[in-house]
Design a protein around this ligand. Structure first.
Ligand SMILES: *Cc1c(COP(=O)(O)O)cnc(C)c1O
Length: 395
C-alpha cells in the first residue's frame, strides 16, 4: 500500500545525504573522539565540522553548541541549568501550549520541587499576549521558557522580542525551537535568547541526537555529570554518527530553507484551502500567520479525531490527532483547550505536517480521500446535529 506521510512534526525521514554522511562512522571510523590517537582524532575533527555547520544554521558560534540525546534533554538541561545558576530565584514563566518536554518539567518543578510557575494563556488563534508576559516577569523569576513555534498548530511566537524583554528584567530566556529550526531563519548572535533546544529527528537527521545552544557567558550547570565531553557540559561518549548526521542536516536545511519553505507552504495552503472548502463544519486551528510553512491543524466538527486517523490509515495516510490517544485518554489536546476550541471541534482535530519530501500527488490523494471519510463518520456520529439516526438509548 502506498504511504502518504504527513506527520513530519512527529518525526521526519533521514535525508539520504545525511545517511550517506553518517554511514562510515558506524563501521570503519568508529574511533572515540576523545582518544589521543589519530584514529579517534579524525572523528573529533568531523564532530567539530558538525558543530560548525549547526552553528551556521543558527547564527551562533560553534563553542555555543552542545550536543545532547534529544530535544527533551536539551529543554531539561537548559531550564535546570538556569534554575541552578540562580538559586535565590524560585519563579518560572512558561506557556500553557508548550510541548510536554517543557510543560511536564515545569509542572514537576512546581509540584515536587517547590518552584512557582506562571503559565501564560493564548487567545482563540493560539497567540500569546505580550502584556500578560511582561506582567508575569518578577524579581523572583529565574527563567522564561517560551517555544519558538507550536508543534500542534505551527503558530510562531515572537521569541526574539520576548527574549529582549526578559533581558531587561535580568531573566534567563529559554526557547524550545525543536519545530522552528530549519524552517525559520535564525540569527542568534543578534538576539537576546539565552538557550535554545533543537532535535535531530525533526529536521531530517536521525532520532537520538539533539543540541542545545547556550549563549556565550551564560552560567551553566551540567545535567549529566561524568567525563569531560562537550567541554565538561555534557558527560557521555558522543553519538558520533548522529552528531555528524545532525551537522549534515543543518547544512542542508540552511542551503535550502528559502525555496523549500516556499514550495512546502504552497502545498500546505493547497491542502488547507482544499479541505476547508470541501468539508462542511471544518475550521483551521491557530492563526494563519505567522505560522510554520509546513503545518496545518484542522478540526472537523462532530467527529472523533481517532476515528478519522484510523480511516486515513486505511488509505495509507499518516497524520496526527490533537487528542492524547497515546496516553489512552480521550482528552482533547492541551493546546486546543488553551485556545478555547469547543469540545465538538477539539475532538475532531487533525494535524497535517509536510516536509521537503511531500509531493503535489500526496496532497491530491488526501484531498480525494478525506472528505468521504468525514462524510461517512458523520453519518454515524451521535454528535452531528440533524444528520443520521440518533443513537439508541443503551441505559
Ligand atoms: C518533538 C518535540 C520535542 C521533543 O524532542 P525529542 O527529540 O523527541 O525529545 C520538544 N519540543 C517540541 C516542540 C517538539 O516538537
Amino acid at each position: 500500500m502506498k504511504t502518504v506521510y504527513l506527520d513530519n512534526n512527529a518525526t521526519t525521514r533521514v535525508a539520504p545525504e545525511v545517511l550517506e554522511e553518517m554511514l562510515p562512522y558506524f563501521s570503519d571510523l568508529y574511533g572515540n573522539p576523545s582518544s589521543m590517537h589519530r584514529f579517534g582524532g579524525q572523528v573529533g575533527r568531523k564532530l567539530a565540522e558538525a558543530r560548525e555547520r549547526l552553528a551556521n544554521l543558527l547564527g551562533a558560534q560553534p563553542s555555543e553548541i552542545l550536543f545532547t540525546s534529544c530535544g527533551s534533554e536539551s529543554d531539561n538541561t537548559a531550564i535546570r541549568s538556569a534554575l541552578l545558576a540562580r538559586p535565590d530565584k524560585r519563579h518560572i514563566v512558561t506557556t500553557r501550549v508548550e510541548h510536554p518536554a517543557v510543560l511536564s518539567l515545569c509542572t514537576h518543578l512546581e509540584k515536587r520541587e517547590g518552584y512557582s510557575v506562571t503559565y501564560l494563556g493564548v487567545d482563540s488563534e493560539g497567540r500569546l499576549d505580550l502584556d500578560e508576559y511582561k506582567a508575569a516577569l518578577t524579581k523572583d523569576t529565574a527563567v522564561a521558557a517560551i517555544m519558538w513555534a507550536n508543534n500542534e498548530t505551527g503558530v510562531i511566537y515572537p521569541v526574539e522580542e520576548m527574549a529582549a524583554i526578559a533581558a531587561e528584567h535580568a531573566v534567563s530566556f529559554h526557547t524550545d525551537a525543536v519545530q522552528a529550526v530549519g524552517k525559520v531563519p535564525m540569527d542568534l548572535e543578534k538576539s537576546a535568547i539565552t538557550t535554545l533546544a533543537l532535535s535531530g529527528h525533526k529536521l531530517h537527521a536521525p532520532k537520538g541526537v539533539g543540541a542545545l545552544y547556550v549563549r556565550k557567558g551564560t552560567p551553566f550547570r551540567p545535567f549529566l555529570i561524568g567525563g569531560h565531553q562537550e567541554r565538561g557540559r555534557r558527560a557521555g561518549t558522543e553519538n558520533t554518527a548522529g552528531i555528524i548526521g545532525l551537522g549534515k542536516a543543518a547544512e542542508l536545511a540552511g542551503a535550502n530553507i528559502g525555496h523549500e519553505n516556499t514550495a512546502v507552504r504552497a502545498l500546505r495552503d493547497r491542502l488547507e484551502e482544499g479541505l476547508l472548502a470541501a468539508v462542511p463544519s471544518s475550521v483551521r486551528n491557530g492563526a494563519k500567520e505567522p505560522r510554520l510553512p509546513n503545518t496545518t491543524n484542522i478540526s472537523f466538527g462532530y467527529v472523533e479525531g481517532e476515528a478519522i486517523l484510523l480511516l486515513l490509515d486505511e488509505l495509507g495516510i499518516c497524520a496526527s490527532s490533537g487528542s492524547a490517544c497515546t496516553s489512552g485518554s480521550l482528552e482533547p489536546s492541551h493546546v486546543l483547550r488553551a485556545m478555547g476550541v469547543p469540545f465538538t471541534f477539539a475532538h475532531g482535530s487533525i494535524r497535517f505536517s509536510l516536509s521537503r519530501y511531500t509531493t503535489a500527488e500526496n496532497i491530491d490523494y488526501v484531498l480525494d480521500g478525506l472528505p468521504g471519510v468525514i462524510e461517512n463518520l458523520r453519518r454515524i456520529s451521535p454528535f452531528h446535529p440533524g444528520e443520521g439516526p440518533k443513537p439508541a438509548c443503551t441505559c
